[in-house]
Ligand binder design. Structure first.
Ligand SMILES: Cc1cc2nc3c(=O)[nH]c(=O)nc-3n(C[C@H](O)[C@H](O)[C@H](O)COP(=O)(O)OP(=O)(O)OC[C@H]3O[C@@H](n4cnc5c(N)ncnc54)[C@H](O)[C@@H]3O)c2cc1C
Length: 439
């Protein structure tokens, strides 16, 4: 690693990347291509989030071919398979080795401050001074738990999706899973199949089939350009960035994991959890509307795919368009359950995640604690962000999205450094035409 040690033991480097997940590593590879000296600071180990924050049975919901990183892609004989967690970790660790990423593991960043026109990055071990900073610390550091969780009766165990590992970890008895996106739907499915009664509280969600017209939905979205849609092409990027993940799973049998399939195995569907009063959980009456909206959005996506297939002359080569039946909702889903009755022993919050910027002492956060940025270019010179939902493209939150984003952002970072260096040179040149007072 290239770095200069300052007179007081401080380290100087052009760029600090915070976080050694796939996004930080992709950025490292792109900076190395441009000979920009940098270091990756990682509080845990490479691929730390996959090692410490995921449940045991999780497989990627993106097929193997869809983890293309700068200078690295899947070369095995199962491109359509779905990686297990150990395989995902091995994939990311191998990438770090292949690109010789300059990672310092077990080095936690405890503050980032602006210092003149550069940055001071303090870790639990030393202080780095740098011209540019890349925030690659992840979008899913903290599970979001609704405020109403404080009203859960004491006899009910609660855990977040980041704490959930497997059904054996739970007390015997019923489970209420709150949230029906990819995480909630998969956890509800697993716990129910393990023989526990499961109630799934359903809010806004995005229904998609795993396979459409014989082809994986991710392949469709990739070839039809859906995943390449840019952040500056959508009407309300803030809303889209906060939207739920696709209700999708990477099961080896490629089965669909929508609410119909969950209801068929016996998972009980209720509306969004909106309150807990005197030990009684209250569910919204909007379940039917939520499902109708999800069906509508799914059909719109499938319509886009059909149009693309026709326009590209594929209709005669693949299966014909297919209509999925609407999500079936029972006529009067319960609007409440008494949590004191003992039916529910555990509540699992699968209600999303948020990043942790408690160490960021640069005024770039909005009133909701989100970083103000334009496609990853943070509103503070020389600071960049990568790995966030819809950062620059619809695929930005996926492993596959880091490739294009890292290329774009490293180009912007390099041009910032050249401009900065020209400005510094200019400032150092003696001004012509101004007489020195010393003669
Ligand atoms: C349950 C779940 C399933 C997912 N499934 C898929 C999938 O199937 N396919 C897909 O493409 N994507 C998937 N994703 C999305 C995405 O790929 C992951 O969230 C991924 O981990 C994000 O990569 P990243 O590099 O941006 O962040 P992370 O992998 O979270 O890496 C950030 C790193 O920064 C480190 N860090 C954080 N703070 C500090 C600090 N202060 N100092 C030093 N280091 C720090 C962390 O330890 C971590 O190693 C999934 C996400 C989740 C939560």
């Amino acid at each position: 690693m290239i770095h200069r040690v300052g007179s007081r033991g401080k380290r100087y480097i052009t760029t600090v990347i915070i976080g050694a997940g796939h996004a930080g590593l992709a950025m490292s590879r792109c900076l190395a291509e441009r000979s920009i000296d940098h270091v990756l600071l990682e509080r845990g180990e490479i691929a730390n989030s996959w090692k410490t924050e995921r449940w045991d049975s999780l497989r990627l919901l993106t097929p193997n071919w869809q983890s293309r990183l700068p200078g690295y892609r899947y070369r095995g004989d199962d491109p359509d398979g779905f990686r297990t967690m150990p395989e995902t970790i091995e994939f990311i660790e191998r990438y770090a080795r292949v690109i010789s990423a300059p990672v310092r593991t077990h080095t936690e960043v405890i503050s980032v401050r602006r210092s003149d026109d550069s940055y001071e990055v303090a870790t639990d071990q030393t202080i780095w001074h740098c011209d540019t900073v890349v925030l690659a610390s992840g979008a899913c550091n903290i599970p979001q738990v609704p405020a109403l969780s404080t009203a859960v009766p004491a006899q009910i165990a609660t855990l977040t999706s980041a704490q959930y590992r497997n059904p054996a970890q739970l007390d015997d008895g019923g489970v209420l899973v709150v949230g029906a996106s990819a995480t909630g739907a998969q956890i509800a499915d697993e716990i129910h199949r393990a023989g526990r009664p499961v109630i799934l509280a359903v809010g806004e969600h995005v229904r998609v089939p795993r396979i459409y017209r014989g082809i994986d939905i991710q392949r469709w979205m990739d070839v039809a350009g859906v995943l390449d849609e840019r952040y500056d092409q959508v009407d309300d990027v803030v809303r889209v960035r906060n939207g739920p993940s696709l209700q999708l799973a990477g099961y080896p049998d490629r089965r669909m994991i929508d609410l119909n399939s969950l209801a068929q195995i016996g998972v009980k569907l209720v509306g969004r959890l909106v309150g807990i009063d005197n030990g009684k959980a209250q569910f919204s009456g909007s379940l039917r509307n939520m499902c109708a909206l999800a069906d509508l959005k799914m059909n719109r996506l499938l319509g886009t795919i059909d149009e693309w297939a026709s326009a590209n002359g594929l209709d005669s080569e693949i299966r014909p368009p297919h209509q999925f039946g609407p999500t079936e909702v029972e006529p009067s889903p319960p609007l409440g359950i008494d949590l004191m009755r003992g039916e529910i022993k555990t509540i699992i919050w699968a209600t999303g995640y948020r990043p942790d910027y408690s160490w960021l002492e640069v005024p770039v956060l909005d009133h909701k604690g989100r970083i103000r940025h334009d496609g990853g270019i943070v509103q503070c010179p020389g600071m960049y962000l990568i790995g966030m939902p819809f950062l620059r493209r619809r695929k930005s939150s996926l492993i596959d999205g880091a490739c294009d984003d890292a290329r774009d952002l490293s180009t912007r970072l390099a041009s910032y450094l050249s401009q900065r260096s020209r400005a510094l040179q200019h400032a150092r040149q003696p001004r012509q035409g101004i007489a020195s007072p010393l003669g």
